[in-house]
Design a protein around this ligand. Structure first.
Ligand code: SF4
Ligand code: SF4
Length: 410
């Protein structure tokens, strides 16, 4: 079975904030029969036991919303209890949580720390930037509440990263935003472009253009490259380096097919992608269908194939291997026509041409660094065992030790 991860919406689109640009809030219309959406114990159990009954190198659960912390602390205890009961001996479990942090309590933070929930904090920069669109229900900015929640997470020792939506609020301050996150001790950054379409396919007022995105990324890149390569991780830069380092595509946008994960809604309904929780793309339900059935779904296969039906211009593009026509969501109208050119095209091209040779060189440096470290370890162990200079090198190259790894011995 092809490995897959889960992105779970235990509260559907329910949230205690009202961020103006939220793409998921309108999804509440999918389930109009109730105003309060919460995952039941039965659905949680069916989902975890079914998933952990499949054979995966790692069981990756991403808890998102809406705001998943509306579920309350008990829900997170149930999650970890079920994972312990359902996991086979040696099963590797990874829990990720994406939250606005405003509902974090000290005891919940301790639980998240104990079970190593990697927690993404939704934060767009300093108060004036963040509060422009990220608002509480009463219309006031949420920055102060977010920072208070972050403090509780940090005090408990939860590992956090920042997820910054790049919108009209902050796109013209790339270096300052990056430095501000660094000043707040964030060492893992994720920048997501805000791209939403009106019905006539024009961009919403919060959204950014391709040119703005390109400028933002190039500026952040240059700031990062001025000495942060070994201390700060920017997810996009890491994923490009991984592509060069070992050929893997670690983010779905860089893949040729959109079958990377499943979204599980509060009632167990399964969809192919966070941005495509649409009635016609409902693949089944975790209480009624096995993961084998869901993986084999024709709807899933058809959805996956849309990604590589990119625009004719992409075929001849010099950065196609990295861009892969961009995410379907950015092809107007919101992926409805996979052949449409991404609204971010100009930005991606500018950024990849700016950074990809340099990232390739960094990936090569890293490969050499690891190779040297591996050889040093082999050689030092061989020397400690008094292996003869003329013996075959223990690295398996077939050459004599003295002509191969011996020089790396420490
Ligand atoms: S549509 Fe975009 S976000 Fe969804 S799976 Fe495809 S690349 Fe990923
Ligand atoms: S940069 Fe533009 S043309 Fe090139 S692959 Fe991406 S979307 Fe297509």
């Amino acid at each position: 079975m092809k490995p897959f991860s889960l992105l779970i919406k235990p509260t559907s689109a329910d949230c205690n904030l009202r961020c103006e640009y939220c793409f998921y809030l309108p999804r509440s219309e999918l389930y109009p029969e109730c105003t309060r959406h919460r995952m039941s114990n039965a659905v949680l159990e069916a989902m975890i036991s079914g998933y952990m009954g499949t054979d995966q190198p790692q069981y990756a659960f991403g808890w998102q919303g809406g705001e998943p912390l509306l579920m309350g602390e008990d829900f997170f205890h149930k999650i970890t209890d079920l994972q312990k009961v359902c996991g086979r001996p040696g099963a590797v479990v990874a829990n990720g949580l994406q939250t606005n942090t405003t509902l974090v309590t000290e005891s919940l933070a301790q639980h998240l720390a104990k079970y190593k929930f990697l927690t993404g904090v939704s934060l767009d920069g300093w108060p004036e930037l963040h509060d422009r669109f990220r608002k509480a229900i009463d219309g006031r900015g949420s920055h102060r509440m977010v920072m208070a929640g972050l403090e509780k997470l940090r005090k408990a020792g939860v590992e956090t990263n920042v997820l910054c939506l790049v919108s009209q609020a902050n796109v013209s301050h790339p270096r300052e935003v990056y430095r501000w996150f660094k000043d707040q001790s964030f060492l893992y950054h994720q920048y997501i472009p805000c791209v939403e379409f009106e019905e006539d396919e024009s961009l919403t007022p919060h959204s950014i253009t391709g040119e703005e995105w390109g400028e933002f990324l190039c500026e952040i890149y240059d700031e990062w490259r001025a000495g942060d390569e070994r201390t700060v991780s920017v997810r996009l830069f890491d994923s490009i380096m991984m592509r060069y380092f070992n050929g893997t595509r670690t983010i779905c946008r860089m893949g040729h097919d959109c079958r990377h994960y499943f979204v599980v809604e509060h009632n167990g309904d399964v969809y192919p992608c966070d941005f495509f929780v649409d009635p016609e793309l409902r693949l089944g339900n975790v209480c009624e269908n096995s993961w084998e059935e869901l993986l084999a779904s024709d709807v899933y296969a058809e959805f996956g194939k849309r990604k590589s039906k990119w625009n004719a211009r992409c075929e001849k593009c010099e950065v196609l291997d990295l861009c892969m026509g961009d995410c379907l969501k950015h092809r107007p109208p919101r992926g409805g026509d996979p052949h449409a050119l991404s609204t971010l095209c100009a930005g991606w091209k500018r950024f990849f041409l700016h950074a990809c040779d340099d990232l390739k060189a960094l990936a090569n440096e890293e490969r050499q660094r690891r190779d040297t470290a591996r050889r040093a370890e082999i050689a030092s162990a061989a020397v400690a065992r008094h292996i003869s200079r003329n013996a075959p090198c223990p690295c398996g190259s077939g050459r004599k030790f003295k002509q191969c790894c011996m020089k790396y011995a420490r």
